[in-house]
Design a protein around this ligand. Structure first.
Ligand code: ADP
Ligand code: MG
Length: 648
């Protein structure tokens, strides 16, 4: 293994147009097995030279050739590979990653080269054993002494079996005794055929190396051989066949998780904040489906789904949607004429056209049963609209019988079955009365759904007898053979200018209210999602700033831009996942609370959770979080390793 430096010069830009020359025309030849000490005053250019040799800085003149290949001509990818597999860095300030254990600090360099977990751990244990740390694997760097930290750093530098070890003042922060121990370890490395280049201030340290190079003001002023090389160059032929996979998503997420675990408070708060938007998204979707479900089931419970109710358009208000249900109920229905009936009968797929009559009033109808009076609001003829399926108890009425909404009787409606009652109808100022038997109850026995609006049904003939005159049909029921035909018939009815049932109008109104509610919830959701995206963005930017040095270290040990990006995107993925989970949990809890209220009031669940709503919420959370992470992750990936490492 040969490392040749040819005419290398390095200038730093200072300000806009001033330059400072840190290295001038440096030429050196190294080979495997040597232990080099570089000596020189502070500021003489030692670290600069190390950074160039380590592939951390590409901005220089000249050539650096490893086994004849000029690394200056390497692509970024090749240079990453070079740093990862050919170079091991050791720093004066150790530069261990604080939130990783001793073992993880060593394996991370191998993680970057895509080795398998067992392979990594086995090799890391072996090397840590060699540097005398076999029993400290689970400790965090903060729990180690300086000498121990530097041993971890040496193990990390060796893990990928590099050709060259670059140590920038490795004993600079250590006392004499510890320095001697570290030096002892470093002296064993050239025996494996590797090249060790070490910057030092200490004459004693330098005396133990095989060659001393003195640098002053960016120039080599002395190059002295002390002993023969400590190993043979031929032992190492370069790690060319090494795996070169990118950091896997799983590994990146694992690293991100370890970092996030260091700041649990902050990450929990962010997840809580970001979950508000997710909660409202899920609730919004679930309330929508719950209300729709409730309304259709209510409609089907009261009417035959195969039958379409048709009414003449109310005259007042120009035939548009009435403003409130009160005016809708009070308006007396207009009767149909022959021409209307012909038009309706001509609608395709209509299997039966039935005339019916009904009247709505809040003052004109009541039933007297024994001593009790029960006012009701809608008197109607029986038609195909009501089938025995709509009868909750008893049967459909025959002659002299009526079908009564179960909700008319507040207590024990079934006790009224078969009862003889008097029905009073105030018609054009005169009271008409008749005696009927209650043959059946309509609607749900326990339902309190439409509790203030009660129906009574009887046969058309009985109705005319009670009125004492013939009644012109003011409602038409169109029957379809199958439910699939119903929407088409409804559409045709609307196109002809007729109206549907009152329930349908109520449904339309509810839907409108629901839409307004959905808009409000959507706005809340959108605003809070934007807020959480910004929050995540800020937190990740802070994380990048806090971890600048760590990013520098990762780059020095061979992390690609892609790897750095993956780690930060892994972090935003985790934030998204956790805020999504918090959002789902709080949506379910809130939904249950809402349902316990609506159960009491309407005997139904208003919030209906669907798997798709929950998955959608989770998906939105993760997507937003990852989108928010893109820019901080890119910033982290772009950081200059040399700058990052200099940061205190
Ligand atoms: P040392 O031998 O102490 O390790 P360095 O290689 O770190 O010295 O620095 C050599 C010279 O280059 C010093 O004078 C230093 O101030 C200068 N220098 C180092 N990095 C930069 C930089 N990023 N911008 C400008 N000057 C720099
Ligand atoms: Mg230095």
């Amino acid at each position: 293994m040969k490392l040749q430096i040819r005419n290398v010069s390095k200038e730093y830009r200072i300000g806009r147009d001033r330059r400072f020359t840190a290295l001038r025309e440096v030429s050196l030849d190294f080979q495997g097995g040597e232990l080099i000490s570089i000596l020189g005053e502070s500021g003489s250019g030692k670290s600069t030279l190390m950074n160039l040799l380590g592939g951390l800085d590409r901005d220089y003149q000249g050539e650096i050739r490893l086994n004849g290949q000029d690394i200056h001509k390497y692509s970024e990818k090749e240079l990453d590979h070079y740093r990862r597999n050919r170079i091991g860095f050791i720093f004066q300030s150790f530069n261990l990653i604080p939130h990783l254990s001793v073992l993880d600090n060593v394996t991370i360099a191998m993680t970057l080269s895509g080795a398998s977990q067992e392979e990594r751990e086995e090799r890391a244990r072996e090397i840590l054993e060699e540097v005398g740390l076999g029993d400290q694997l689970r400790k965090k760097p903060s729990q180690l002494s300086g000498g121990q930290k530097q041993r971890v750093a040496i193990a990390r530098a060796l893990i990928n079996d590099p050709d060259i070890i670059l140590a920038d003042e490795p004993t600079g922060s250590l006392d004499t005794e510890t320095s001697a121990q570290i030096l002892e370890i470093l002296r064993k490395i050239p025996a494996m055929g590797k090249l060790v280049i070490m910057v030092t201030h200490s004459q004693q340290v330098a005396a133990l190396s095989s060659r001393i190079i003195r640098i002053s003001d960016g120039r080599i002023v002395e190059d002295r051989k002390v002993t023969e090389p400590l190993g043979t160059s031929e032992l190492v032929q370069g790690g060319s066949g090494k795996k070169n996979k990118t950091l896997s998503f799983l590994a990146a997420t694992r690293l991100a998780l370890k970092n996030m675990a260091e700041k649990p408070g902050r990450n929990i708060l962010v997840s809580l904040g970001a979950s508000i938007g997710i909660t409202s998204v899920i609730l919004m979707l679930s309330i929508g489906s719950g209300v729709k479900e409730y309304m259709t089931s209510t409609m089907n419970q009261y009417v035959n789904p195969l039958v379409v109710e048709v009414n003449m358009k109310a005259e007042e208000g120009g035939g548009s949607e009435p403003a409130n249900p009160g005016s809708l109920m009070m308006a007396e229905k207009k009767p149909f004429e022959e021409a209307d009936l012909e038009k309706l009968a001509a609608i395709p797929k209509v299997s039966l056209l039935e005339k019916a009559w009904s009247s709505t009033s809040f003052t004109d109808f009541k039933i007297t049963a024994g001593e009790e009076e029960y006012p009701f609001q809608n008197l109607a003829s029986l038609s195909a609209n009501i089938t025995s399926e709509n009868v909750a108890a008893g049967s459909l009425p025959g002659e002299g019988e009526i079908l009564v909404a179960a909700s008319l009787f507040p207590e024990d409606p079934e006790s009224h079955l078969g009862e003889e009652i008097t029905l009073t109808w105030r018609l054009e100022g005169k009271e008409k009365t008749g005696t009927y038997r209650i043959s059946g109850l309509f609607g749900e026995i326990s339902s309190t759904g439409m509790e203030n609006f009660h129906y009574v049904y009887m046969n058309y003939q009985d109705l005319e007898d009670l009125a004492g005159s013939s009644l012109a049909a003011n409602t038409i029921y169109l029957s379809a053979a199958s439910e699939e035909d119903v929407p088409g018939i409804k559409e045709a009815v609307a196109d002809l200018g007729y109206e549907g049932s009152m329930e349908e109008k109520l449904l339309a109104m509810f839907t409108e209210m629901l839409d307004v509610m959905t808009y409000i919830l959507t706005a809340i959701a959108a605003i809070s999602l934007v807020v959480s995206a910004i929050m995540i963005l800020v937190v990740l930017y802070i994380s990048v700033v806090e971890r600048t040095r760590e990013i520098g270290v990762l780059k020095a040990i061979g992390a690609r831009r892609k790897d750095i990006r993956s780690i930060f995107l892994g972090e935003s993925f985790l934030i998204g996942l956790s805020s999504g989970l918090v959002g789902v949990i709080s949506a379910v809890l809130l939904g249950q609370l809402i349902n316990s209220f609506t159960q009491r009031l309407y005997d139904t669940d208003l919030v209906l959770f669907t798997l798709s709503a929950i998955l959608f919420g989770l998906g939105v959370s993760i997507t937003i979080s990852i989108l928010a992470g893109i820019s901080p992750a890119a910033r982290a990936a772009r950081l200059d390793p040399v700058e990052s490492l200099r940061r205190e």
